[in-house]
Design a protein around this ligand. Structure first.
Ligand SMILES: [Mg+2]
Length: 369
């Protein structure tokens, strides 16, 4: 299918809402043990509740836009990875039931749905518990040896935010290292950021080409930063995903070959497999990505991000759009990410402006339940 004419705004909304929908489809069966006894294709009670994956994805957006806004208004701001980390600290406080961080950066931490505990990952919680505001974990000084997929499921906004593929991959990697230190977690997250960048910004290529380019650049990054073995491991599982997507076996059998998705490289491989196999159908790709015996919400958000960005929001069946919780909040953050800071240093609007309300005064511009 030729997707080159889909507008950027539609792609970004498709990426963010698509991710939330995949997450919600997977969250309801994430902990169903054994192969699911039925196929999950709709939301329980027709109401899609997303998990910590979507919460953290939205905090990624909030952190990036806070940093940029502060840069425009004050002329100085933390680097984007630190802005993301500060937003994740805000998320950590919501998960502990604490009041908003005094010198925090987020407005979405006032939204009730962002404060609910939705099976948050322990690696993320532990990493953020140890953050004192100064000690920023890096690729070179890893915080732990985890490669759980919690570093990857929240990264799509980085690929939208950046205007350069290499920068998207590097920021994706740095954002992973904030909570996860294992090279394969970092490489897989870098690839996901690069792939989303390619799909959003490089519409001259078909999906195969976008995958190939993101993969090549990620390999260059991996070779520069880690022992060759990790680049090889990532290459092997991605090659397997590409090959499996071309056979005639059932999705469930193919996904089983790739693993369960609890670790980052398996989650990315499963999502990429589903999006290659069902390239032109949002529902088919996302349904395949959650119906397996593993980490369904994370494979669901990754597949939803990818196929949603490719096909745009208009290709997402209305059932999912109409029944996902917090549709307006998801759209608001997607559109904010699309527009970026909508003013310059010399024309900063007054305090009543919704952007200033949110990204300077940390208050929602309207009421959310
Ligand atoms: Mg989750």
């Amino acid at each position: 299918m030729d997707t080159s004419n889909i507008e950027k705004k539609d792609r970004i909304e498709g990426c963010i809402l698509g991710g939330a929908i995949g997450d919600a489809l997977g969250y309801q069966c994430e902990f169903t043990s054994g192969i699911k006894e039925r196929e999950y294709t709709t939301f329980e009670d027709d109401y899609g509740i997303f998990s910590d994956d979507t919460q953290m994805m939205l905090f990624t957006i909030n952190g990036l836009l806070w940093g940029n806004t502060r840069g425009v208004i004050r002329g100085i701001a933390p680097t984007p990875d630190v802005s993301i980390l500060l937003a994740y600290r805000d998320w950590y406080y919501t998960q502990q039931g604490l009041p908003p961080v005094e010198n925090g950066v987020s407005w979405i931490d006032k939204v009730p749905a962002m404060r609910h505990r939705r099976a948050p990952g322990f690696t993320c919680l532990n990493a953020l518990e140890g953050f004192d505001g100064n000690n920023v974990p890096t690729i070179k000084e890893p915080i732990n040896q985890s490669k759980g997929c919690g570093c990857t499921m929240r990264v799509a906004p980085v690929g939208i935010f950046k205007n350069d593929l290499t920068e998207a991959i590097e920021l994706g990697a740095k954002s992973a290292a904030l909570t996860h230190g294992h090279p394969l977690g970092i490489i897989s997250t870098a690839f996901m950021a690069g792939l989303i960048y390619e799909i959003i910004h490089d519409t001259a290529h078909q999906f195969n080409g976008q995958l190939h380019i993101a993969f090549e650049y990620t390999n260059q990054f991996a070779t520069k930063n880690f022992h060759r073995q990790y680049q090889q491991d990532f290459t092997n599982i991605m090659r397997k995903a590409f090959q499996l997507s071309r056979n005639n076996a059932h999705d469930l059998a193919n996904i089983k070959e790739l693993g369960k998705g609890w670790v980052a490289e398996e989650a990315v491989a499963i999502a990429v497999y589903c999006c290659m196999r069902h390239q032109d159908d949002f529902a088919d790709a996302v349904i395949a990505s959650v119906n397996h015996d593993g980490d369904s919400d994370s494979t669901g958000i990754l597949a939803g991000n990818i196929v949603g960005a490719r096909l745009g929001i208009k290709a997402i069946p209305s059932y999912y759009i109409d029944h996902i919780e917090q549709k307006d909040l998801l759209l608001e953050l997607a559109d904010d990410l699309d527009s970026g800071v909508p003013f310059g240093t010399l024309d900063v609007p007054d305090d009543s402006d919704p952007w200033i309300t949110k990204y300077l005064h940390r208050k929602p511009a309207k009421e959310y339940n």
